[in-house]
Write a protein that binds this ligand. Structure first.
Ligand code: NAD
Ligand code: ZN
Length: 246
C-alpha cells in the first residue's frame, strides 16, 4: 500500500480545506463494474465506444440498449466499496465537491450528496418524443427499448453518449470547484474523455495540489503533484484518514 501518499498529504493537510474530487470507472472496478478500457465479459467483444453513441441508439437500438441494460443490472447488484465510502466520509469534515464520470449511482448509494454527474446516470430515462423524464430502477427492463409511460415512444437513458455535450450545470459546478479547491483528487480515470479530463489542468492553473489515485499511469499523471499507485478501495480510506487527521 502506498502509505507515502498519506504522509505526504498529512504534512499539508492544514492548508487543504476545500477538496474537489474527480472520479472515473476505476473507482467502481472493485465493486465489480468493468471499466471501458479493461478487459471484461460485460462488453463481450463489443465496443462500448461504438454502441454508446446517439447514432447507434437510433440505428442499432436493441444492441445498444442491451448493453445499457446489462450495465444497469450489474450496477444494481453491485455494492459501493471502501473507496466510495471514504469519499462520502470526507465530506463530513471538509468542503468536498465530487464530480463523477460514472453513471452507476454508487457514490450516492455510499452516502455522497450533491454528486455532479458529468456523464449523467443510468437510472433516469427520458423521451425525445414528448419530453417525459423520470427515475426508473427496474433492472433488467422487461422491454428494450423501454416504452415511454406518457406516449409509448422509445425511452433513452440520460447518459452522455460519445459525441454528446455534458450537462451544462454539472460541468459549470465542477469547473467552479476546480477553480476554487485547495486539493483535487483524481481517482480511477484514464483522462482520455474530455471535458472531464480537463478539470485537473484548471485546478492546477488556479493553484491547487493534484493527487492521482490509480494503479496505472494515465494521460494525466504528468500533471500530478503526487501519483499514488494503488487501487481506490485500498488507498482512499488511508488518504481520507490522513486528510482528516485521524
Ligand atoms: P476508463 O475505463 O477510461 O479508465 C479507467 C481507469 O481506472 C484506468 O486509468 C485504470 O487504470 C483505473 N483503474 C482500474 N482499476 C482501478 C481501481 N481499482 N482503483 C482506481 N483506479 C483503477 O474510465 P473513465 O476514465 O471513467 O472513462 C470512461 C467513460 O466510461 C466515462 O465517461 C464513464 O462515464 C464511462 N463508464 C462508466 C462506468 C461506471 O459508471 N461504473 C463503467 C465503465 C465506463
Ligand atoms: Zn414520451
Amino acid at each position: 500500500m502506498d502509505v507515502p501518499a498519506a504522509s505526504w498529504l498529512a504534512d499539508r493537510r492544514r492548508s487543504l480545506r476545500r477538496i474537489a474530487v474527480v472520479t472515473g470507472a476505476g473507482i467502481s472496478a472493485e465493486s465489480g463494474l468493468p471499466t471501458f478500457r479493461g478487459e471484461d465479459a460485460l462488453w463481450q467483444g463489443r465496443n462500448p465506444m461504438e454502441l454508446f453513441t446517439p447514432e447507434a441508439l437510433a440505428t442499432r437500438t436493441r444492441e445498444s440498449w442491451e448493453l445499457f441494460d446489462r450495465l444497469r443490472v450489474l450496477s444494481a447488484r453491485a455494492e459501493p466499496n471502501a473507496g466510495h465510502r471514504a469519499l462520502a466520509a470526507l465530506a463530513r469534515s471538509h468542503g468536498v465537491t465530487l464530480a463523477t464520470q460514472n453513471i452507476d449511482g454508487l457514490h450516492q448509494r455510499a452516502g455522497s450528496r450533491d454528486v455532479l454527474e458529468l456523464h449523467g446516470t443510468l437510472w433516469r430515462l427520458s423521451c425525445a418524443g414528448c419530453g417525459h423524464a423520470g427515475v426508473n430502477e427496474t433492472a433488467p427492463l422487461p422491454l428494450l427499448p423501454p416504452p415511454c409511460p406518457a406516449c409509448g415512444g422509445p425511452l433513452r437513458p440520460d447518459v452522455v453518449m460519445f459525441g454528446e455535450p455534458l450537462p451544462a450545470d454539472a460541468l459549470r459546478a465542477a469547473t467552479r470547484a476546480a477553480e476554487t479547491c485547495d486539493l483535487m483528487l483524481v481517482v480511477g480515470t484514464s483522462g482520455a474523455v474530455y471535458p472531464a479530463a480537463g478539470l485537473p489542468a484548471i485546478a492546477r492553473a488556479y493553484g491547487a495540489l493534484l493527487v492521482e489515485i490509480n494503479p496505472a499511469p494515465t494521460e494525466l499523471s504528468a500533471q500530478m503533484d503526487y501519483a499514488a499507485r494503488g487501487t481506490a478501495a485500498m488507498l482512499l480510506p488511508v488518504i481520507v484518514r490522513a486528510l482528516r487527521g485521524d
